[in-house]
Design a protein around this ligand. Structure first.
Ligand code: ATP
Ligand code: MG
Length: 448
């Protein structure tokens, strides 16, 4: 992509009302634009990152055996009356009436709708288990939208729903999502820690929030340091096998958010040296709730011995748009973002220090073609801006690699390469630059 044709409206001033780094940087780097309280337009650069995050979430859901679909954003109030949540949900729900005075709402979540879809199509225990998910915009009229995309009113969520014949099968679905979540966040460079969460009236231990530690996180969290160092399950993990040992490993140590925290237990269970008391961002939440919706909404299947059995359900959310904020919080410096390659808007920035100079243009064109031919995504700064402005811009948008071509270097047949993560600079032969970057990017994109 040529920068001269791109739309990258950077802000010179630091936005005054943006309190945390990720919010400031997303505005400054032209990734989002606020259109209302907690409502954002996704500008081209931010949109590319959103899509990358969405794709990683999708790949890991698919790997775990969940099936993608898409439900509408607008739902009928009727559905929510069936579950009894229409009145209970409160002011966070955006309620709408259509021209025929029918009560509608902008979905804050989809338990009711998926239950309705499921009951229309599944009749027998033989059709179970099922896991269905979608990645869709939600609206919650949050009392205090803040921190940019971290707590928006309109936000993109991945929500999965599991349907099983009994509780032990339900636990297996829960375990699949547990492992899928660990892998999903790890692929974005995030260390997530599953923490016990409120289970509501049905009790049990099957509710975890996945927390990324960050000073700017909204929740106070407490955990055993051993969880921070725990290895992420590998790509070849068998989702149809027994995942319980992995879950046991991650749940054997103390980890709780504010609401669930018990200081006495914390001190009893964790050595002083391993006690982490920090702040965190909730990037995902998994929850098994049994027949809470299937019973009132009559989502039943014929059981093995006949009779109608309400299915056991769970729901599993990922804050897709919130993740951009969480990743920037983890990867930035004073100059800007430092994207991990897996979610970077482009893998490399190609900086032509003298656009219009034949030798520079020609060298850049060759490098550009070679890189894109290798599958490397390149943002090519072919503008006439001053070098200082070009460097600052590249640092701000934070692509993993920068390749700088200027007349002085070209005289010696050299290109300069900068790795954004640690600022390391090196020179290499112009002819070797593309191959070197392509190899580095490929290495960073591979994961297990
Ligand atoms: P929170 O406690 O942060 O309000 P929640 O428990 O209401 O979140 P869930 O219903 O569990 O959220 O939604 C699943 C995921 O969606 C959350 O883990 C979070 O990552 C994301 N999410 C929830 N609310 C918002 C929001 N207002 N803006 C952005 N992401 C959100
Ligand atoms: Mg939650």
């Amino acid at each position: 992509m040529r920068l001269s044709r791109y739309y990258l409206p950077l802000l010179k001033e630091t936005p005054a009302d943006a309190q945390i780094a990720s919010h400031r940087l997303m505005l400054r780097a032209g990734m989002i634009r606020q259109e209302g309280a907690g409502i954002y337009a996704w500008l081209p650069l931010g949109f590319r990152v959103l899509k990358k995050i969405e794709q990683i979430v999708r790949e890991e859901q698919d790997r775990a055996g969940a099936v993608e679909m898409l439900m509408p954003t607008i739902q009928s109030a009727e559905l929510w009356r069936e579950s009894g949540r229409y009145d209970a949900y409160g002011k966070e729900m955006l309620r709408i009436t259509d021209r025929a005075d029918r009560e509608m709402l902008f979905g804050p979540t989809n338990e009711e709708m998926i239950t309705e879809i499921f009951r229309a199509g599944v009749r027998s225990y033989k059709d179970l288990p099922k896991m269905l998910y979608h990645i869709q915009w939600k609206f919650r009229d949050e009392i205090r939208p803040r921190f940019g995309v971290m707590r928006g009113r309109e936000f993109l969520m991945k929500d999965t729903y599991s349907f099983d014949i009994d509780e032990s099968a339900g636990r297996e679905s829960y375990n699949k999502m547990f492992v899928a979540y660990l892998r999903t966040f790890a692929r974005m460079g995030l260390k997530s820690i599953p923490m016990r969460a409120e289970t509501g009236p049905i009790g049990g231990d099957l509710s975890h929030e996945f927390i990324v530690l960050a000073d700017t996180g909204e929740s106070a969290v407490y955990c055993d340091r051993q969880l921070v160092d725990m290895d992420t399950p590998k790509k070849d993990i068998d989702f149809d096998g027994d995942l319980q040992p992995v879950i046991d490993q991650f749940t054997a140590h103390y980890a709780a958010t504010d609401e669930m925290h018990d200081e006495a237990d914390f001190e009893k269970e964790v050595d002083a040296a391993n006690r982490v008391s920090a702040r965190g961002i909730e990037v995902g939440h998994i929850f098994f709730f049994g027949d809470k919706y299937s019973k009132p909404m009559k989502a039943v299947v014929a059981g093995p011995e006949g009779g109608e059995i309400p299915v056991q359900m769970g729901s599993y959310g990922v804050g897709v748009s919130r993740l951009l904020g969480a990743i920037i919080e983890a990867y930035h410096d004073d100059d800007g973002c430092k994207w991990p390659a897996s979610v970077a808007p482009f893998h490399a920035g190609l900086v032509n220090l003298r656009a219009g100079d034949d030798a520079c243009d020609e060298a850049c064109a060759r490098i550009y073609d070679e890189l894109t031919g290798q599958g490397v995504e390149v943002l090519y700064d072919d503008t006439g801006a001053r070098p200082g402005e070009k460097f600052a811009r590249m640092d701000l948008i934070g692509l993993p690699y920068q390749i700088v071509i200027g007349p002085r270097g070209l005289e010696n047949g050299e290109a300069e390469i900068k790795r954004r993560a640690d600022g390391e600079k090196s020179t290499c032969a112009v002819d070797a630059a593309a191959a070197q970057i392509a190899a580095s990017v490929k290495k960073e994109l591979s994961y297990d």
